[in-house]
Design a protein around this ligand. Structure first.
Ligand SMILES: [Zn+2]
Length: 84
């Protein structure tokens, strides 16, 4: 899949928010569950940022509704507006 390599090369300063969520609301998805998910647009890996899942490849963000990630292209927020 090359996902791990993409994580290393495209993510020089990974913050382990999946394991250490700093937000006060919502629940952290299990890391092994996150590994099963992929961006529906580019098939990149996803990581949790608060109550969203962010594609590490294209930067789209997907909402998490009641603990269920909504991985639909039409529900995605564009990469603009992300902190980096
Ligand atoms: Zn993507």
């Amino acid at each position: 899949m090359g996902f791990q390599e993409r994580l290393r090369s495209g993510n020089p300063c990974p913050r382990r928010r999946i394991l250490h969520p700093v937000h006060g609301s919502g629940e952290a998805l299990h890391p092994s569950f996150l590994e099963l998910l992929a961006c529906p647009v580019c098939h990149g890996g996803l990581r949790q940022e608060g109550e969203r899942l962010r594609c590490v490849s294209c930067g789209r963000r997907y909402p998490i509704r009641e603990g269920i990630p909504v991985l639909l292209a039409e529900e995605a927020e564009g990469p603009e507006g992300t902190e980096r």
